[in-house]
Design a protein around this ligand. Structure first.
Ligand code: VGL
Ligand code: ZN
Length: 202
Protein backbone atom coordinates (compact mmCIF):
# COMPACT_ATOMS: atom_id res chain seq x y z
CA UNK A 1 0.00 0.00 0.00
CA UNK A 2 1.29 3.49 -0.92
CA UNK A 3 1.48 6.18 1.77
CA UNK A 4 -1.57 8.39 2.26
CA UNK A 5 0.33 11.31 0.71
CA UNK A 6 0.21 9.65 -2.73
CA UNK A 7 -2.90 9.74 -4.91
CA UNK A 8 -3.81 7.90 -8.10
CA UNK A 9 -5.69 10.00 -10.63
CA UNK A 10 -7.42 8.07 -13.40
CA UNK A 11 -8.18 10.35 -16.34
CA UNK A 12 -11.23 9.96 -18.60
CA UNK A 13 -11.48 6.16 -18.99
CA UNK A 14 -14.83 6.57 -20.75
CA UNK A 15 -16.59 4.72 -23.55
CA UNK A 16 -16.11 7.53 -26.09
CA UNK A 17 -12.31 7.34 -25.70
CA UNK A 18 -12.25 3.55 -26.11
CA UNK A 19 -12.54 1.58 -29.37
CA UNK A 20 -16.03 2.04 -30.82
CA UNK A 21 -16.43 5.43 -29.13
CA UNK A 22 -16.92 8.86 -30.71
CA UNK A 23 -13.31 9.97 -30.08
CA UNK A 24 -11.70 6.55 -29.82
CA UNK A 25 -8.09 6.42 -28.70
CA UNK A 26 -6.25 3.48 -30.24
CA UNK A 27 -5.89 0.75 -27.61
CA UNK A 28 -7.72 2.86 -25.04
CA UNK A 29 -9.31 -0.17 -23.43
CA UNK A 30 -6.00 -2.07 -23.11
CA UNK A 31 -4.96 -0.06 -20.07
CA UNK A 32 -7.98 -0.78 -17.92
CA UNK A 33 -6.93 -4.03 -16.26
CA UNK A 34 -3.63 -2.49 -15.15
CA UNK A 35 -5.46 0.57 -13.78
CA UNK A 36 -7.88 -1.67 -11.88
CA UNK A 37 -4.91 -3.33 -10.22
CA UNK A 38 -3.21 -0.03 -9.41
CA UNK A 39 -6.27 1.32 -7.61
CA UNK A 40 -5.86 -1.29 -4.88
CA UNK A 41 -2.44 0.19 -3.99
CA UNK A 42 -3.58 3.76 -3.28
CA UNK A 43 -5.50 5.19 -0.33
CA UNK A 44 -6.63 8.14 -2.41
CA UNK A 45 -8.12 7.36 -5.81
CA UNK A 46 -9.75 10.01 -8.00
CA UNK A 47 -11.44 9.42 -11.35
CA UNK A 48 -12.17 12.12 -13.90
CA UNK A 49 -14.99 12.20 -16.41
CA UNK A 50 -15.11 14.45 -19.47
CA UNK A 51 -18.67 15.82 -19.28
CA UNK A 52 -19.79 18.15 -22.05
CA UNK A 53 -23.18 19.73 -22.83
CA UNK A 54 -24.37 19.00 -26.41
CA UNK A 55 -23.71 22.64 -27.38
CA UNK A 56 -20.09 22.51 -26.21
CA UNK A 57 -17.75 24.89 -28.05
CA UNK A 58 -15.07 22.19 -28.50
CA UNK A 59 -17.35 20.21 -30.86
CA UNK A 60 -16.75 20.75 -34.60
CA UNK A 61 -20.51 20.29 -35.14
CA UNK A 62 -21.14 23.51 -33.25
CA UNK A 63 -18.96 25.52 -35.68
CA UNK A 64 -20.67 25.45 -39.10
CA UNK A 65 -18.23 24.49 -41.85
CA UNK A 66 -15.47 23.40 -39.47
CA UNK A 67 -13.85 19.97 -39.81
CA UNK A 68 -13.20 17.74 -36.81
CA UNK A 69 -9.55 17.93 -35.69
CA UNK A 70 -9.12 21.48 -37.09
CA UNK A 71 -8.00 24.33 -34.84
CA UNK A 72 -9.77 27.53 -33.86
CA UNK A 73 -8.82 30.49 -31.73
CA UNK A 74 -10.89 30.82 -28.56
CA UNK A 75 -10.77 33.75 -26.09
CA UNK A 76 -8.54 31.54 -23.89
CA UNK A 77 -6.22 30.40 -26.73
CA UNK A 78 -6.05 27.79 -29.51
CA UNK A 79 -8.54 24.94 -29.32
CA UNK A 80 -8.83 21.68 -31.28
CA UNK A 81 -12.35 21.06 -32.62
CA UNK A 82 -13.27 17.51 -31.72
CA UNK A 83 -16.00 15.17 -32.88
CA UNK A 84 -18.87 15.41 -30.39
CA UNK A 85 -17.96 13.18 -27.44
CA UNK A 86 -18.75 12.56 -23.76
CA UNK A 87 -22.10 14.33 -23.92
CA UNK A 88 -23.61 14.58 -20.44
CA UNK A 89 -25.83 11.60 -19.70
CA UNK A 90 -24.93 9.69 -22.88
CA UNK A 91 -23.57 6.14 -22.97
CA UNK A 92 -20.35 7.51 -24.47
CA UNK A 93 -19.78 9.65 -21.38
CA UNK A 94 -20.06 6.70 -18.99
CA UNK A 95 -16.92 5.35 -17.41
CA UNK A 96 -15.93 2.16 -19.25
CA UNK A 97 -17.92 -0.72 -17.83
CA UNK A 98 -14.77 -2.73 -17.05
CA UNK A 99 -13.18 0.10 -15.03
CA UNK A 100 -13.48 -0.50 -11.31
CA UNK A 101 -15.11 2.53 -9.73
CA UNK A 102 -15.64 1.23 -6.16
CA UNK A 103 -12.09 2.12 -4.99
CA UNK A 104 -12.49 5.80 -6.01
CA UNK A 105 -13.50 8.37 -3.40
CA UNK A 106 -14.07 11.21 -5.87
CA UNK A 107 -15.18 11.55 -9.48
CA UNK A 108 -14.34 14.94 -10.96
CA UNK A 109 -16.48 16.05 -13.91
CA UNK A 110 -14.93 18.63 -16.20
CA UNK A 111 -15.71 20.45 -19.43
CA UNK A 112 -19.29 21.09 -18.35
CA UNK A 113 -19.35 24.76 -19.40
CA UNK A 114 -20.33 25.23 -23.05
CA UNK A 115 -17.95 28.13 -23.63
CA UNK A 116 -14.72 26.56 -22.40
CA UNK A 117 -12.99 23.19 -22.69
CA UNK A 118 -11.21 21.53 -19.79
CA UNK A 119 -8.52 18.98 -20.57
CA UNK A 120 -6.87 19.17 -17.17
CA UNK A 121 -8.31 17.67 -14.00
CA UNK A 122 -7.19 20.83 -12.17
CA UNK A 123 -8.02 23.84 -14.39
CA UNK A 124 -10.14 24.59 -17.41
CA UNK A 125 -8.31 25.48 -20.63
CA UNK A 126 -7.98 29.14 -19.59
CA UNK A 127 -5.51 27.72 -16.98
CA UNK A 128 -7.19 29.75 -14.21
CA UNK A 129 -10.69 28.40 -13.59
CA UNK A 130 -10.22 25.62 -11.00
CA UNK A 131 -12.10 22.31 -10.89
CA UNK A 132 -11.64 22.05 -7.12
CA UNK A 133 -9.35 19.02 -7.31
CA UNK A 134 -6.34 20.89 -5.92
CA UNK A 135 -8.22 21.76 -2.73
CA UNK A 136 -9.55 18.22 -2.38
CA UNK A 137 -6.09 16.69 -2.64
CA UNK A 138 -4.41 19.23 -0.36
CA UNK A 139 -7.07 18.93 2.30
CA UNK A 140 -6.48 15.16 2.28
CA UNK A 141 -2.74 15.71 2.73
CA UNK A 142 -1.74 14.54 -0.74
CA UNK A 143 1.64 15.77 -1.99
CA UNK A 144 2.30 13.46 -4.92
CA UNK A 145 0.10 12.22 -7.74
CA UNK A 146 0.37 9.38 -10.22
CA UNK A 147 -1.58 9.84 -13.44
CA UNK A 148 -2.96 7.20 -15.80
CA UNK A 149 -5.76 7.09 -18.37
CA UNK A 150 -6.74 8.84 -21.59
CA UNK A 151 -5.40 10.54 -23.51
CA UNK A 152 -1.65 10.80 -22.82
CA UNK A 153 -1.16 13.91 -24.95
CA UNK A 154 -4.30 15.83 -23.94
CA UNK A 155 -6.06 15.30 -20.64
CA UNK A 156 -3.27 13.30 -18.97
CA UNK A 157 -0.53 15.74 -20.05
CA UNK A 158 -2.53 18.86 -19.20
CA UNK A 159 -3.30 17.41 -15.77
CA UNK A 160 0.33 16.45 -15.20
CA UNK A 161 1.61 19.91 -16.17
CA UNK A 162 -0.91 21.64 -13.90
CA UNK A 163 -0.12 19.30 -11.01
CA UNK A 164 3.61 20.04 -11.41
CA UNK A 165 2.93 23.80 -11.56
CA UNK A 166 0.91 23.48 -8.34
CA UNK A 167 3.88 21.85 -6.62
CA UNK A 168 2.80 18.21 -6.51
CA UNK A 169 5.37 15.54 -7.30
CA UNK A 170 4.03 14.01 -10.52
CA UNK A 171 4.47 10.63 -12.18
CA UNK A 172 2.80 9.54 -15.42
CA UNK A 173 2.73 5.77 -15.97
CA UNK A 174 2.87 5.86 -19.74
CA UNK A 175 2.12 2.16 -20.08
CA UNK A 176 -1.25 2.86 -18.46
CA UNK A 177 -2.07 5.66 -20.91
CA UNK A 178 -2.81 5.80 -24.65
CA UNK A 179 -2.43 8.83 -26.94
CA UNK A 180 -4.48 10.56 -29.63
CA UNK A 181 -1.22 11.80 -31.29
CA UNK A 182 -2.60 14.58 -33.49
CA UNK A 183 0.12 16.37 -35.54
CA UNK A 184 2.97 15.46 -33.19
CA UNK A 185 1.00 16.17 -30.03
CA UNK A 186 2.44 13.15 -28.21
CA UNK A 187 6.10 14.17 -28.67
CA UNK A 188 5.24 17.75 -27.73
CA UNK A 189 3.39 16.64 -24.61
CA UNK A 190 6.24 14.34 -23.53
CA UNK A 191 8.80 17.14 -24.00
CA UNK A 192 6.70 19.56 -21.97
CA UNK A 193 6.13 17.03 -19.19
CA UNK A 194 9.83 16.17 -18.96
CA UNK A 195 10.75 19.88 -18.90
CA UNK A 196 8.26 20.44 -16.07
CA UNK A 197 9.87 17.70 -13.98
CA UNK A 198 7.14 15.10 -14.49
CA UNK A 199 8.51 11.56 -14.09
CA UNK A 200 7.57 9.50 -17.15
CA UNK A 201 7.61 5.82 -16.20
CA UNK A 202 6.44 2.69 -17.92
C1 VGL B 1 -9.76 14.54 -24.19
C2 VGL B 1 -9.93 15.58 -26.21
C3 VGL B 1 -11.14 16.12 -25.87
C4 VGL B 1 -8.97 13.65 -23.29
C5 VGL B 1 -10.97 15.08 -23.80
O1 VGL B 1 -9.55 13.03 -22.38
O2 VGL B 1 -7.74 13.55 -23.50
N1 VGL B 1 -9.24 14.81 -25.38
N2 VGL B 1 -11.66 15.88 -24.66
ZN1 ZN C 1 -13.62 16.56 -24.24
Amino acid sequence: MKPATEALIVIDVQNDFCPGGALAVSGGDEIISRINGLMAEYQTVVLTQDWHPANHSSFADNHPGAEPFSMIEMPYGPQVLWPAHCVQGSEGAELHWTLRTDPAQLIVRKGFRAEIDSYSAFFENDHVTPTGLEGYLRSRGVTSVTLVGLATDYCVAFSALDAARLGFAVTVLEGATRAIDLNGSLDEARDKMRAAGVALEE
